[in-house]
Each structure stands twice: as structure tokens, then as C-alpha cells.
Design a protein around this ligand. Structure first.
Ligand code: NAD
Ligand code: IPM
Ligand code: MN
Length: 361
């Protein structure tokens, strides 16, 4: 049976790296005898231009019916001055909310071939392996519409969390830690925010159900510092929507580039939306130089989390590693000192490393 996958290329480099994901998935399908049915739909600025809305009904319906959604990125200068409900980002936030994708998994693992590329010292980053578990459908991003406003010189956003929203993301974090190094760092701002004090209370109650997992609380400002001074300290980080957004871009420095990071946005039944952590990168869009690795690894996460294809996912990850070990990289990793290639070539190299695995191993 065909696996139904909705593709939302979006804007800027989103469109470019989506081509890479399709190529890799089609190759995996041939290699392993799977069939993926891709359904492409509009979102973000592209959808605003074509349908006058960042999230057309048809796109939302297709996502609701799909087993998995792959997203490139949305946004760009052209649409930056539109009112909030019409901005490209509203399309992405709308899908996350309407599909109930509350758990955003952002793994950050330093790649041995790139350990010398990060501006951080090699001995600081080597061996780091972190999972940021970001709450994705609540918090400051989704304050009550009636309380959200901007009137001339005053503007209001509200931050609220309910116990059940915190419980389900904290459960996911504990469950992930059980399969990793068994440590959860809950990141908050409990010295200032009421919502963070509730967050801590929930973590402490939940902790009783997972006695084999070690728990610590850390304030977000200190966590931001520790991420770049002692990343090895962390295993699973669980945190709210905004803190998770900021900390994950910061953590990308461990890998050498934001273009390396994949993510999965999940609910409890396996349905998921998979997207790189980076945005539409207007500064390099259209130049064929975007790093496709974050997108390709997001496709691997889709195979693992939605379709249970662990072997296929691991195969893609190994192919990316082989390509990097051979010294190839895109321009964002320019100080790697290896062989500079564009998006298409990087993708072809990864694909070659998939199909020639028995030869090169
Ligand atoms: P960005 O992530 O698009 O770019 C930040 C910097 O990283 C840029 O210098 C860019 O060139 C570089 N970069 C990012 N991804 C790269 C890749 N794959 N290869 C090489 N270099 C890469 O963030 P921004 O510039 O702050 O935002 C641009 C637009 O993207 C905004 O409209 C923003 O809202 C949107 N955005 C969308 C998503 C998403 O759709 N998931 C995520 C983040 C930002
Ligand atoms: C991300 C992005 C989005 C977010 C934007 C585009 C709405 O930055 O996925 O990290 O803030 O969640
Ligand atoms: Mn972000």
C-alpha cells in the first residue's frame, strides 16, 4: 500500500531542499520496495500569492488526511508587512495547532566530520547528543486571541499553560530519556513566571512515574549559557514553545550550521509533520547553495516515527555521515575546508551513498 505523504515546499530554500527530500525518499523506496504517494500543496507566502491565505482549506484538509507531512520552510521579506493573520508563519502555526502536534523533537548531535567547523572548541562539542523536546501548540505563541492585540504604542501577548498541556509533553520527554541516557533537564523561568512554576510542579509530580530517569530544573538564561559551554551536560531538554525555539537555533551551533538540524512535530498517534529547524533563508534563496541535510534528516525522522522504518531511517543518516566524512559540504559549512558543493550535488552524493552502501562500506 502507498504511504500517503503531503509535501509543503513553502518559500525560499524550502522549495529547494524539498526536492532533495523527494529524491532521497524515492531512492529509499526503490531500495527497500516501498511506495510513497506524494501530494504537494501550497503553504506560507506561496499560498498567499496563489490563494490569498497562508493556509488554504485544501492544504489543511490534505494534511488532516495524510499519515505524514513534510514541510520545507515558510516566510520571506515580500510578506513581512502583512497583518498577523495573513503572514506566512500563520500557515505553519495553523497546521501545528489544527493537527494537534504538541511535541516538537529537535535532535542535535555533533557530526564527527564537522567537529572542527563549529566556532565552539572541538573538545567542548565532541560527543554532545541532545534532544530538545519543545512544547509546540501552547505558551506565548498561542495566547488567547481576545487578549492578543496591538493598539498604536501598546501591544499584548499572553503566556498561559494548563496542567494537561504540560503533562503530555513532559511524559514524552521522560519516555525519550528512558531510551537515551536517562536524564531530563526541564528548562523554565520559574524565578519570574507563574506558568513556569506550574511547569516545575508538573515535572516534579511526573518524575514519580519515571524513577529511573534523573531530573533537574534549569533556568532558561543559565541553560542558554550551558548549551554552548558544556553541551555534554544535557540529554533531553524539555521546555515551552518560545524557549525551545530559541534554544534549538542556539544548539545548532554545535553541528556547525542551522542547516543541519531536522525536527519532528508529533502527537500521540504517530501522525507527524517533519521539517528542518531552519527557515526560508531569503539571503541565499534561489542560489542553489542551501544545505539540504536538515531536510533530508527530517525525512529520515518521518520514516522512523510515522512509518516505523527504522532501518531505512538509519540508512539515510549513515549516507549523510558518509558524505560528510568524504569531505563534502555546502557553503554554510565553508570553514570545513573540504569540498564545496551546491544543494543538488550534496543531495546526489547522499543518494549515491545510499545506493552504493555495500560498495563503500
Ligand atoms: P533562517 O533560518 O531562514 O536563516 C538564518 C540564517 O541561516 C541565514 O543566514 C540563512 O542563510 C542560514 N541558513 C538557514 N538554513 C540554511 C540552510 N539550509 N543552508 C544554508 N544556510 C542556511 O532564519 P531567518 O532569516 O531569521 O528567517 C527567514 C524567514 O524564515 C522568516 O520569514 C522566518 O519567519 C522564516 N522561518 C521559517 C521557519 C519554518 O518555516 N519552519 C523556521 C524559521 C524561520
Ligand atoms: C521554527 C520557526 C517557527 C517557530 C516560525 C516560522 C513560526 O522559527 O519552526 O523554529 O517559531 O516555531
Ligand atoms: Mn525557529
Amino acid at each position: 500500500m502507498n504511504k500517503q505523504v503531503v509535501l509543503l515546499p513553502g518559500d525560499g530554500i524550502g522549495k529547494e531542499v524539498m526536492e532533495s527530500a523527494k529524491f532521497v525518499l524515492n531512492t529509499v523506496a526503490i531500495e527497500f520496495g516501498h511506495r510513497f504517494a506524494f501530494h504537494e500543496h501550497a503553504i506560507g507566502g506561496d499560498a498567499i500569492d496563489r490563494y490569498d491565505t497562508p493556509l488554504p482549506d485544501e492544504t489543511l484538509k490534505a494534511c488532516q488526511q495524510a499519515e505524514a507531512v513534510l514541510l520545507g520552510a515558510v516566510g520571506g521579506k515580500k510578506w513581512d508587512n502583512l497583518p498577523a493573520p495573513k503572514r506566512p508563519e500563520k500557515g505553519l502555526l495553523g497546521i501545528r495547532k489544527q493537527l494537534g502536534l504538541f511535541a516538537n523533537l529537535r535532535p542535535i548531535k555533533s557530526f564527527p566530520a564537522l567537529a572542527h567547523v563549529s566556532p565552539l572548541k572541538e573538545e567542548v562539542i565532541s560527543g554532545s547528543d541532545i534532544l530538545i523536546m519543545r512544547e509546540l501548540t501552547g505558551g506565548l505563541y498561542f495566547g488567547k486571541p481576545s487578549e492578543r492585540r496591538k493598539n498604536g504604542d501598546a501591544a499584548v501577548d499572553t503566556l498561559s499553560y494548563e496542567r494537561w498541556e504540560i503533562e503530555r509533553i513532559v511524559d514524552k520527554a521522560f519516555q525519550s530519556a528512558q531510551n537515551r541516557k536517562g536524564k531530563v533537564t526541564s528548562v523554565d523561568k520559574a524565578n519570574v513566571l507563574e506558568s513556569s512554576r506550574l511547569w516545575r510542579e508538573v515535572v516534579e509530580t511526573k518524575q514519580e512515574q519515571y524513577p529511573e530517569v534523573t531530573v533537574e530544573h534549569m533556568l532558561v538564561d543559565a541553560a542558554a549559557m550551558k548549551l554552548v559551554t558544556n553541551p555534554d551536560h544535557f540529554d533531553v531538554i524539555v521546555t515551552g514553545n518560545l524557549f525551545g525555539d530559541i534554544l534549538s537555533d542556539e544548539a545548532s551551533v554545535l553541528t556547525g550550521s542551522l542547516g543541519m538540524l531536522p525536527s519532528a512535530s508529533l502527537r500521540s498517534d504517530g501522525v507527524g509533520l517533519y521539517e528542518p529547524v531552519h527557515g526560508s533563508a531569503p539571503d541565499i534563496a534561489g542560489k542553489g547553495m542551501a544545505n539540504p541535510v536538515g531536510m533530508i534528516l527530517s525525512a529520515a525522522m518521518m520514516l522512523r516515527h510515522t512509518f516505523g522504518m527504522e532501518e531505512e531511517a538509519a540508512e539515510i543518516e549513515a549516507a549523510v555521515n558518509r558524505t560528510l566524512n568524504d569531505g563534502y559540504h555546502t557553503a554554510d559549512l565553508n570553514h570545513a575546508g573540504g569540498k564545496l558543493v551546491g544543494t543538488k550535488e550534496m543531495t546526489e552524493l547522499v543518494v549515491d551513498n545510499l545506493t552504493t552502501k555495500s560498495v563503500s562500506d
